[in-house]
Design a protein around this ligand. Sequence first.
Ligand SMILES: C[S@@+](CC[C@H](N)C(=O)[O-])C[C@H]1O[C@@H](n2cnc3c(N)ncnc32)[C@H](O)[C@@H]1O
Length: 204
Amino acid sequence: MLLLTSAFYTMDIVADIQDLYKDNKWREIVARYHDHPERNKVLWVYPSEGNFSFVENCLAELGCDRIVSIGCGSGLLEWMITQATGVPVSGIEVDGAWWSCKYAPPNFIPLHITPTEMDKETISIVQRNKNAALLFCYFNNRKAFDDYLKYYDGNVLIIIGPHEKAVHTDPKPFDDVTDIWTLYKFQEIRNSGDFIVVYKKQNV
Ligand SMILES: C[S@@+](CC[C@H](N)C(=O)[O-])C[C@H]1O[C@@H](n2cnc3c(N)ncnc32)[C@H](O)[C@@H]1O
């Protein structure tokens, strides 16, 4: 048992996830890694099938046909959402040392890379995607969050993050948005203490 456990932990999680990704085995990625100690190397949350259905249903109910994910990191979550629900997801990441360094995880979707101060192209992506929900998963940059929302003309905001856990995100998933956003529905990711929280614009 001891041998098996240490073999499991020394397995290269990034390489294994890449192999499963190439074989389109998103369920296996979630099953194998949702509670793996090194999971954050690639992604902060590993939603269940029920969680993906929850997102799909909320989007359908609120008339969204796509998602734009801000600070998507590797894009693994975004790729899995599309695999699980059929909803197209595009990703925006900030230009920085981490994502271009050799230790960075691979990308699972094409990324739009933005400068720290949003350029015209990034603003245009956010503005023209009115039918998209804007997603922030484990985001940690309040000024950028406010800037993205300033340009977003759509009606649905999804924040995924920790609730009452010793992990800091900004925004937090609950009670951390302005009054124009009304809590629509939320669901915990398994029993992880991480929540998917869907907001809609008031009067929609
Ligand atoms: C904690 S990571 C979460 C990554 C991924 N969403 C996940 O859940 O694994 C926060 C990400 O937000 C990105 N980020 C920070 N400021 C940003 C900005 N202005 N525009 C886009 N992404 C940004 C960071 O580069 C980082 O990848």
